[in-house]
Ligand binder design. Sequence first.
Ligand code: GYE
Length: 622
Amino acid sequence: MKRNRLRRSLSLFLAACLFLLGGCSGLGEKKNAPDKVEFLIGVSQANLIEPWRIIMNEEIRQELSKHPEARLVFTDAAQSSAQQIRDVEQLMQQGIDLLIISPNDSKELTPIVAEAYKKLPVIVVDRAVEGYDYTLYIGPDNKGIGREAGKYTRELLGSGGGTVVELQGPLGVPSALERTVGFREVVEQHENIKIVSATCSNWQRDEAEDQMTTLLKKYPQVDIVFAHSDYMALGAYMAAKKLGQERIKIFGVDGFVDAQGKLPLIAEGILSGTISCPTGGREAAQYAMDILHREGGLPKKIITRSTKVTKATLEQYLQARSGLKKESENKKIVLGFSQVGAESDWRKANSQSIKSAAQADGIELLFAEGDQSQASQIKAIRSFIAQKVDVIAFSPVVEYGWGEVLREAKEAGIPVILSDRSIKPDDDLLYDSFIGSDFLEEGRRAARWLVDHTKDRPQVRILELEGTAGSGPAVDRKLGFAEIIASHDEYRILSSELGDFTKASGESLMKDALKRYGRSIDVVYAHNDDMALGAIQAISDYGLKPGQDIIIVSIDATAAAFRAMISGKLNCTVECTPLLGPQLMQAVKKQMAGRQIPVRIITSEGVFPAEVARQEINGRRY
Ligand code: GYE
């Protein structure tokens, strides 16, 4: 009986892949081909021996089949970087309008991706490339997947511990390496858990079966198997079954559904569970059309969400994947938003963006103004819970202290989206997505500009004006800046002063610092433009020329900062866009449609030195 079930599950799994493969073989085919194809999209795939990639291609094909104006061309590099480079060159020669690439190797493919990015939009999926020379990156959090697998392993074993087999993917591949690092971070904290592992060179089922057979003969007392893919987990199951060891609990990674939208490996108890790992194909196709149709609000990076799926949560998981929400679709969405305050031009632009995007999308917005106090925000969130809003979003004024109220929201069944700033500990089970900037990178960019701009000086003494204590942007902008200047001995921080992102705090801190340090201040690094503008005022009052006697670099890129650069008083501002409203509403609508939303959406940003201010200011939107 069970043998038939196994055979059926195996055939279902393979049928799912063959179905998808068959779908791929119609590459470039177009039913009811339109009169005029507007866009040609090239998809450069690293290989097609991994089921995960077959499914990624099929998701792209299925999503783009909704767009008759687009045609697809797929290439398969068959695990060769040299071949993939040739594939990209050939696609470029074919005149593609956009490239979707899943690199065979991050480092080897970085140059050709940067080359392509000079000429057309490039979406990188799964393995990233080095640097930021691409339009959009979409990928999973593989270390997070490993940690989730570690937590599940400990849950399955209980306090008594036991013996665990880890069937790894090829450790030369970042995804496998990160999964095992995350997994062991969690499991090795438990002294009663023994791990034995084996590596599978190509994520294949039959190799996993062979490896598992060898391990079971050597370690007959195995309790749990964690395989880096469901396909490999199936191989482990077949080995355990062959050796009469069905009691072993086996789980994998991926969580693909078959042609019927089911997950038989879990439904039929072949696997105890899986950690989902979206391929990013559907999202890549959706954003490709947004880019080609010049839609605004494009993020820079999207990290897809991975969740543990078991028989108990399977129905909810399948519904989230299909996006079929039982509730009536035409119900007006009610969004509760708790704002930090009105401390800066950036914040005012952020509030305006959220209000206008909600209005444009027909979302009822309950907007709670903050006074830069966590207590007020927690009170506002609790009021949203009491009002049973559909979704809660907020910009946490500080990183810590949100666990209790977010658990209350979770218990009330209300999804939470973080906008602008994030929380610590970063427990993404307490929120559904974080849409915001990479503050670490903003701090690095400010320092890189400064070093480039002052590298001939024998010494550079810096006054740092910090944002609100304990806030995500202040913490990370400080770290990012310090990381870059650490490798330049001639740069040193004279003093770091705690501000609160307001112009007034910038002015008073600068006034005090000038009394203490006078002309020994060479540079002011302000965590936002408003504090920089306050400092500029204090420097002028002191009798020095801001932007000349003292160089000033800040972050946000507000209109006032551009005006200050044009008047020669500010030297550079690093962009941190407040225009998060459209992306937030997109995420809210997807959440309400029952679709999974990325756990992290990082916005796209640039660096604006004074010399470009005049030409750029008219194009600015905040
Ligand atoms: O830089 C500052 C605002 O959280 C990124 O907060 C935001 C920061 C921004 O007050 O101007």
